[in-house]
Design a protein around this ligand. Structure first.
Ligand code: ATP
Ligand code: MG
Length: 140
């Protein structure tokens, strides 16, 4: 397995409850390394573009409202098999279905306010990283 990079967001429910360090400790304990990071308040346009794949879904407007409701932390994580490992540590989208010990099981408030985002493929990771970071922002 190769070292790869993935894109992570600590969502507004996590920043509101001051959980950014607690959640990142779980990533670090599992061998993922934070190689770029910034705290931003996403604009509506940024959130709509980022979640554009879900534009036709019934929850899209609520999701964009939620993602712009407070600050988020956007970051790049690096490690062995980082895309799949990150998704495994996050747990299922709906915390009701998430496995014990996953971040969403431990911290998510609801299927929408589920604390974290993680890229679902290496290809999407590259696109998402480039949307928020310049190459020179990433220090491995
Ligand atoms: P993410 O892309 O944020 O990592 P995911 O890949 O597990 O999450 P997606 O299907 O891509 O799940 O959905 C994107 C986000 O939209 C979810 O994380 C959640 O915040 C929200 N969402 C998904 N399904 C629903 C739903 N049925 N009702 C409300 N919000 C939803
Ligand atoms: Mg997704």
């Amino acid at each position: 397995m190769a070292t790869e990079r993935t894109f992570s967001i600590l969502k507004p429910d996590a920043t509101r409850r001051n959980l950014t360090g607690t959640i990142n400790a779980v990533f670090e304990e599992n061998g993922l390394r934070i190689v770029a990071q910034k705290r931003i308040h996403m604009s509506r346009a940024q959130a709509e573009t980022f979640y554009g794949v879900h534009r036709e879904r019934g929850f899209f407007n609520d999701l964009v409202g939620f993602m712009t409701s407070g600050p988020v932390v956007v970051q790049v994580l690096e490690g062995e098999d980082a895309v799949a490992k990150h998704r495994e540590i996050m747990g299922a989208t709906n915390p009701a279905n998430a496995a014990e010990g996953t971040i969403r099981k431990m911290f998510a408030e609801s299927i929408e306010a589920n604390s974290v985002h993680g890229s679902d493929s290496a290809e999407n990771a590259a696109t998402e990283i480039a949307y928020f970071f310049a190459g020179t922002d990433i220090v491995g």
